[in-house]
Design a protein around this ligand. Structure first.
Ligand SMILES: *Cc1c(COP(=O)(O)O)cnc(C)c1O
Length: 390
């Protein structure tokens, strides 16, 4: 068999200059760690605004809740979507005004609703009658938007089933909200994270139009659509550019709503922060399980419990780069913990140069979202993933 040389499209993920900076910064630091380039997040924010100038951005804090990220986005003028009272507290501590915060989790304790209300939060999501009753009791008169159930077909990280309700249920909730003294304000959906099929927004927006009309017949004028997240980051599997997403989504909106669009909110998490992160990791061990096994196992000092939980079912395929040269050799990649599910990629084969040795460093790109905040506290004694801002 002819051997191919190892190749990696580095320029697709980072400029030469930025990579040099990352390497210089990481030299004397012990792996694993995450480096976040704040300027890239700010740039991405500008790009989103440029492409969807009519949309209000509510950054989904859970994607990367680092204080520095929140403050940078706050200074850019972003609003925020919080999932818990803890995120609300963090946002308030960092000086974000309560008018800029939505409480975007459909699953809430009554006392947490009361707390958020007391702190000045006036925009809440809901998708069930019980939650609506809690809202009416603890947050009287607030604006409520209703989460519509969508399929997550085409998404690398689906958010289906758990959130949202069928349009028939939503319709009843809209009427009920008015009866309970709340303000039925709008609708929301989430087509699934890293959604690569832009058409998913089309059907969701049509569903919103249908519900807007149905509510209007009962004298309720809904004013807002929250398009959720799902916008792409640059992983191995290709997705369209943000520009294409924006262009198509605007077209879908005008098709259904004509010239006068409702207020539009978007909740980007991944697309705002993922591309700004690089994880630096080290090869702990390389082993051959049997004499004639085709693939070596390469164990890294980061795995599913150290921040790469989105490799579950190999859903998210991070670009992983090795600086050495040599023939491309396919391997199985695994993490360092004593849990046998801590395997990163076994079916999708990553290739590295045959010269790869224990102690060598690898660079995992597009890791600025859903990594550090997912890392375990002390599983096997490993500390949570360190993160640095540059
Ligand atoms: C997680 C989440 C988001 C962010 O989604 P991304 O695909 O990361 O952009 C947005 N809205 C809600 C309600 C979420 O739960």
């Amino acid at each position: 068999m002819r051997k191919e040389m190892y190749e990696f499209p580095l320029a697709d993920f980072i400029s030469e200059k930025d990579f040099k900076q990352i390497k210089k910064f990481s030299q004397d630091k012990e792996t694993p760690f995450l480096i976040i380039d704040l300027k890239k997040i700010e740039k991405m924010y500008d790009q989103i605004i440029e492409n969807m100038p009519f949309a209000k951005v509510h950054y989904a804090v859970k994607a990367n809740p680092m204080d520095e990220v929140v403050v940078a986005l706050k200074n850019k003028g972003s609003n925020f979507d919080a999932a818990t009272v803890y995120e609300i507290d963090q946002l308030l501590r960092l000086g974000v005004e309560p008018e800029r915060i939505s409480y975007g989790n459909t699953i809430k304790k009554e006392k947490d609703i009361a707390y958020a209300y007391e702190k000045g939060i006036r925009l809440f999501v809901t998708d069930s009658e019980n939650d609506l009753k809690k809202l009416a009791k603890q947050a009287p008169g607030v604006r409520v938007f209703f989460r519509v159930l969508t399929e997550s077909d085409g998404a690398d990280w689906p958010l289906s089933r758990k959130f949202g309700a069928h349009p028939d249920v939503i319709y009843k909730l809209i009427l009920k909200a008015r009866k309970l003294g709340l303000v039925p304000y709008g609708l929301s959906f989430h087509v699934g994270s890293q959604q690569r099929d832009i058409g998913q927004w089309d059907s969701a927006i049509s569903m919103c139009k249908y519900l807007f009309d149905a509510a209007a017949e009962k004298g309720i004028e809904l004013k807002m659509i929250n398009l959720g997240g799902g916008f792409p980051a640059k992983y191995i599997a290709p997705a369209q550019e943000l520009e294409t997403y924006a262009h198509e989504i605007i077209r879908f909106l005008h098709e259904d709503f004509g010239d006068e669009l409702p207020e539009i909110i978007i909740e980007p998490g991944r697309s705002l922060t993922a591309d700004a992160g690089v994880i630096v990791t080290e090869v702990v061990m390389i082993s051959q399980k049997a004499r004639y096994n085709q693939y070596s196992w390469v164990y890294l000092d980061i795995g599913k419990f150290g921040g790469l939980i989105e490799t579950l079912e190999e859903s998210i395929k991070y670009p992983i780069y090795c600086e050495k040269k040599g023939y491309a050799e396919e391997v199985i990649l695994a993490g360092p913990t004593c849990d046998s599910m801590d395997i990163l990629y076994e079916h999708h084969k990553y290739a590295f140069p045959h010269t790869l040795k224990e102690g060598n460093r690898l660079y995992i790109f597009t890791t600025g979202a859903y990594t550090q905040s997912y890392s375990s506290v002390a599983f096997n004694g490993f500390p949570p993933l360190k993160a640095y801002i540059i």
